[in-house]
Design a protein around this ligand. Structure first.
Ligand code: SF4
Length: 441
């Protein structure tokens, strides 16, 4: 039997491997590739965030996925296998953005989505006829796709093992985001029947098997679809979380369906406390003045909110860190992430920073959203790094966690306790994060 090894490299060479891994979710792209692979292949999946790659095993073909921060590690893995005479195919967000670069370390590069071309890649690999680049002419239809091979991952190591993607694409094209470039500017979605069958297949008897993560970038993006899907999922009694835009709070019917279908947490990109920064990001559809009311509506449906903020917009000055932490608490988010604006290749922010000669690091391993890689407009890179680190420490200080816990008791213990656990999990990661973000520009 032929053997295919699929690898998701460790997140970044610039980040220490944490001893605790409270937030890991499975990399869904590799189980998708595995599901498309002919049955006469043995497929082995390695997620380096939880295990190391065994370079001694015999394999016929290696596939490596990479986001930008993973790229240096991905290239080293690829070079090692190729030295051993094994052919390597690379794909994912980063190779799609810079295929010529990825091609220097691989025998073939898959540009964009894989579904329409993987069978051809396998065929060409078997006949020693791999081409340098593969790009599907049309975006894949998501109807009747095989179920991702999540069974090939070590499910006990992830916070949630039932991960499902129902949408691809996003029409908003925010200037810092790679999603529209990779998946296109319209929503494509799996038929509701397909998703219901997938949930039915995965749902089990244990409590953990009832946890689901919807990894779509905006699970409420098509409200009529989301209403139909989650209404159909109510009888399964699952508990789920996902990513959404704050605009979902405007649709009370959708919020009620989310609540009844078991939604307990939403990760929401709020990005900034400044409307000017949202404007700069092409995210004007969010109104800072409406954040607090929208979050209250979500809370009223028993759903916790983790808000994601970004520092480093051109509008951000020295006071942005304090203002943002204060704002995050004032609008009532239950947890928060504070990322640093990162000009990922292929995004509009990248184009702008290159044009303005503001990129200060071409070490992809630093493109983690935890490191400064560009010259900010209104402060030094060092100040941006220190400010972001301070925001994490301040938001997850014991004093603030305590205050947030008391506030969250208003939603009942069922929500307040998980929120508290979540915050302590973030707090436990602060040390690792700070060690990793030390500036060495
Ligand atoms: S940040 Fe969200 S809304 Fe904006 S383009 Fe990316 S996925 Fe779409």
């Amino acid at each position: 039997m032929k053997k295919l090894l699929l690898i998701s490299p460790f997140f970044s060479d610039r980040v220490k491997k944490p001893t605790e891994k409270p937030f890991l979710i499975p990399p869904l792209n590799l189980p998708i590739v595995a599901s498309l692979t002919p049955q006469d292949y043995e497929v082995v999946l390695v997620d380096e965030n939880i295990e190391d790659t065994d370079f001694e095993q015999d394999v016929d073909l290696v596939g490596i996925t990479a986001m930008t921060a993973q790229a240096p590690r991905a290239y080293r893995i690829a070079d090692t296998w190729r030295k051993r005479g094994v052919r390597v195919v690379m794909g994912g967000i980063h190779p799609t953005a810079v295929p010529e670069e990825a091609a220097q370390h691989s025998d073939a590069v898959v540009i964009g989505e894989v579904e329409n071309i993987w069978a051809q890649v396998i065929k060409d690999a078997e006949t020693n006829g791999l081409k340098k680049f593969y790009r599907s002419v049309e975006r894949p239809c998501l109807k009747e796709l095989p179920y991702p091979r999540l069974d090939l991952l070590r499910s006990d190591r992830y916070i949630v093992c039932n991960v499902i993607q129902v949408f691809r694409g996003c029409p908003f094209n925010c200037r810092f985001c790679s999603v529209t470039n990779f998946f296109g500017n319209t929503y494509r979605y799996k038929p509701v029947d397909d998703v219901v069958r997938e949930v039915q297949l995965r749902v089990g008897d244990t409590r953990k098997s009832r946890f689901f993560g919807f990894v779509d970038d905006n699970i409420g993006g098509l409200p009529s679809y989301a209403k139909e899907l989650f209404t159909r999922l109510i009888p399964f009694h699952i508990i789920w979380g996902g990513q959404a835009s704050l605009t979902i709070a405007r649709d009370r019917e959708l919020m009620r369906i989310f609540e009844r279908s078991g939604c307990k947490a939403l990760f929401i990109g709020l990005e900034s406390a400044s409307q000017a920064a949202l404007h700069e990001s092409n995210k004007n559809f969010l109104k800072v003045s409406q954040f607090k009311e929208a979050i209250k509506i979500i809370h009223d449906h028993g759903i916790g909110v983790e808000g994601a903020f970004i520092f480093g917009f051109d509008d951000d000055d020295h006071g942005v860190f304090e203002r943002t932490v204060e704002f995050a608490d004032r609008i009532g988010v239950d947890a928060a992430q504070f990322g640093i604006l990162t000009p990922f290749p292929g995004t509009a922010v990248w184009e702008k920073m290159v044009q303005e000669h503001r990129i200060i690091s071409d070490d992809w391993a630093r493109y983690t959203i935890g490191h400064v890689v560009f010259d900010p407009k209104k402060m030094s890179p060092e100040r941006l790094q220190e400010g972001a680190d301070w925001a994490w420490r301040e938001f997850y200080s014991l004093r603030k966690i305590g205050k947030r816990f008391i506030r969250s008791l208003n939603y009942g213990l069922k929500l307040a306790v998980p929120i508290l656990i979540f915050q302590f999990a973030y707090r436990s990661l602060l040390k690792t994060r700070e060690n990793s973000s030390k500036l060495d520009l």
